[in-house]
Write a protein of this length. Sequence first.
Length: 333
Amino acid sequence: MAQETRMKTKKRKRKLRKWPKVIGLFFLLFFIGLAGYIYSIYGHAKETVNEKMSKDVESIDTSEVKEKLDNSDVLNILLLGVDERSDDGGRSDSIMVLSLNPKQDKSTIVSIPRDTLAKIAGKGIETKINHAYAYGGVDMSVATVENLLDIDLDYYVELNMEGLADLIDAIGGVTVYNELEWVDEGFYKAGYHWKEGEIKLDGAKALGYVRMRHLDPQGDFGRTERQRKVINAIIDKGKSTGTVTKLNDVIDVLGDNLQTNMSFNDMKSILLGYMDVTKNIESYMLQGENAKIKGVYYYEIPDEELEKVHDMLLGIGTTDTASITDGKSEDTE
């Protein structure tokens, strides 16, 4: 894959490009349907965001980002769902880019399979893209995704996947339509029967639902699709009046489990200037082929697909929305 690896720093001036930009899904939840309520808890939300959640990274130039935000330009945000482990630094279990296009009043969610073969920024090696987080945290993940898709990222949102359970419990659970029947082997509770059809998920069940992959014929792709279903269910639940009244609990959960380089003022500006993009949310997954290199399975993305997604995020391409490959990921990590 002929991509030049580089780590961005604050000293390197980046070109300001008029591209459609991106925002993280869980951050989107934070704002949907909450405009009329957030000011009533202004002090609590501001303190939680600025003191517990906000953390800058060197690979994002905040001065350029603020200029785009002030001009209501399109924004780029990377969402990382991180599986923290006691025996290592963790890996990014979920990697998504959501294109927020205020000029077209739409947003496009692009999922990047965690097995995707990519050149890791700052390491000079090609391996699974989710390893970037283990090697260099959010900074290296941001730079690696920027290199892969040839885009600039303006914000990142990192969510501890363990916190997903608390978030779902805080909003009273979610409902999804389950298309694959299986018996749990320990992701949630050994022997639990996941029936086909509409199912109600509390936090613990949701984690079991999104983490299973070995019993899914589509492997990691099936798991990514279930993650998207749960996220969409969270967004739908976030629009309800009942959830709005629970915003204090949601803020506390996010404060304990989420990090971002957004300040509270950034969030207010996006809340006021970008809400119309939630009217039309499309989703897409990078399309590629399974490859085996030195006995290890990867998901290899052809250059033409990377160019297609690059144009899609620029708002100049066409999207086969809600697309997911029929291939099977053989991920073992």
